[in-house]
Ligand binder design. Structure first.
Ligand SMILES: C=CC1=C(C)c2cc3[nH]c(cc4nc(cc5[nH]c(cc1n2)c(C)c5CCC(=O)O)C(CCC(=O)O)=C4C)c(C)c3C=C
Ligand SMILES: [Fe+2]
Length: 436
């Protein structure tokens, strides 16, 4: 388990557990105690609240992954190289006009405490059922009784946090990484501004959708008056995997997706392609990563009328096995010359891009139907990289120009965030190196 803890966030387990646990109460324990409280009367209920109150900024549990807890503290933020969970709730926030640098720092501190609690399967602040009934509870309550469900919360800072309309709102302009560019418009983009951009983002991944939604909802609640949700995206069915030993998931086009991705255990490729290194940019980003989010709509009805051959030609892989053309098994090395030159894999493979790699972590989405009875469905593409200018941008330029997949998809939302290094220990907070 220690090795697994180390793998998650890059922090040796011994360091991550050095601080003694301060009797944090799990949501499941609280349910049990609350039940007892009903039987024992008001005094018992008060003691439940008191126990929950000690949950402020708790230390990580010793066997963090047991019980579905992914360590919150570490060298890198969880939710990047972490094995991909089943569900996503992603939110982009804008900082309100009245907010100041101080109010933003206060919020980031509160968010960090809440994130540490929720990823540990504990309630926010004084909990969902506090001793006093006079004020709204700190925790909205819909995750009571649910385990941590491998919840990870990953924060990112958008270009507009550093400068918006030429104004340096929070004194951060000099700290903006050169790599945190405004993404260019790519051929075929049809971006909706209401599904694009954002000053901040939080990616919540969990195996239970209620846990992921609860996490974003509680962060938004804490942020009231300082930040507003600009847009958000629910995702299901991971479309990429960072665990190649497990069965590769399928996307909504029915193809295995994530076969050739950077594994969470592949420290060499993570260092080379995912984590920002000293000298790459401002010091506060060392150990962090740049996140590109793209809402990509699939023209599902058109795809479903395409022949199997056309579908397989689109990716250069077989639909059943997921094998590259000219090979037998999914994980066989691709022969790019055996695939149509405009197939997705022929264009995206590192051998065709000077070795370029990104860590893909996307999810499927289905948001009902459009006014014409077509499914509003697709891929919420998430990719982490060491420098977006050298990774997503040239790759997407190439794909946008000639990918056969473009017959069936359209990019309709876009955002770019700098995700800082991990919070290393209790008491530290998201963005401390940037604001501190
Ligand atoms: C700019 C980067 C990429 C975008 C945008 C993108 C969109 C996209 N991809 C699929 C489905 C598949 N992608 C696959 C592989 C693959 N895709 C990218 C990059 C982008 N994809 C890369 C770098 C790779 C790996 C190529 C390689 O190294 O061989 C595959 C094949 C299986 C796999 O290896 O994962 C599928 C399937 C969709 C549906 C989509 C937009 C909706
Ligand atoms: Fe792809």
């Amino acid at each position: 388990m220690d090795a697994e803890n180390e793998q998650q966030n890059g922090t040796p387990a011994a360091a991550a557990t050095a601080t003694p646990d301060r009797a944090a109460v799990s949501r499941r324990a609280v349910i049990g105690w609350a039940g007892a409280g009903v039987a024992l009367g008001v005094a018992a209920a008060g003691s439940v609240a008191a126990a929950v109150r000690q949950d402020d900024d708790p230390a990580p549990a010793a066997n963090a992954v047991v019980g579905g807890e992914v360590p919150f503290y570490g060298e890198h933020q969880a939710g990047i190289s972490t094995p991909v969970q089943d569900r996503l709730h992603f939110a982009a926030f804008d900082v309100s006009e009245k907010a100041t640098r101080d109010s933003l720092v206060k919020l980031l501190k509160e968010w960090t405490r809440a994130a540490a609690a929720m990823t540990g399967g504990r309630e926010v602040g004084t909990g969902a059922v506090p001793a006093s009934a006079e004020a709204p509870p700190d925790d909205t309550g819909e995750a009571l009784g649910l385990p941590a469900s491998r919840l990870t919360l990953t924060i990112g800072f958008g270009p507009s946090l550093f400068e918006k309309d030429g104004i340096d709102r929070f004194g951060l302009k000099a700290q903006r990484p050169d790599a945190l560019i405004e993404l260019p418009t790519f051929k075929g983009d049809k971006l909706d501004p209401l599904r694009s951009g954002g000053d901040l983002c939080v990616q919540a991944c969990a195996d239970d959708p209620q846990v992921a939604v609860h996490a974003i909802r509680n962060l938004a609640r804490i942020g009231m008056g300082t930040v507003n949700i600009r847009w958000s995206q629910l995702g299901f069915g991971k479309t990429s995997s960072t665990t190649p030993d497990e069965q590769t998931p399928r996307n909504l086009m029915g193809f295995k997706d994530g076969t050739h991705n950077i594994a969470g255990t592949d420290t060499a490729n993570l260092s080379e392609h995912v984590w920002a290194a000293p000298g790459d940019g401002p010091e506060w980003m060392t150990g962090g990563s740049y996140l590109v989010a793209r809402r990509i709509r699939m023209h599902i009805e058109t795809w479903d009328r395409a022949s199997l051959k056309d579908q397989e030609d689109t990716f250069g892989r077989t639909k059943g096995e997921g094998a590259p053309y000219g090979r037998a098994k999914e994980h066989d090395a691709p022969d790019l010359k055996a695939m149509p030159a405009t197939s997705h894999v022929a264009l995206a493979h590192p051998d065709a891009n000077n070795g370029l790699m990104i860590l893909r972590r996307g999810f499927s989405f289905t948001d009902g139907t459009d006014g014409l009875g077509r499914l509003d469905a697709g891929l919420f593409f998430l990719a982490y990289q060491r420098d977006t200018r050298k990774a997503f941008v040239p790759l997407q330029q190439r794909l946008a120009a000639s990918d056969k997949l473009n017959e069936y998809i359209q990019h309709v939302g876009s955002a770019h965030f700098a995700c800082p290094a991990g919070v290393r220990k209790p008491g530290e907070w998201w963005g401390q190196a940037l604001f501190g």
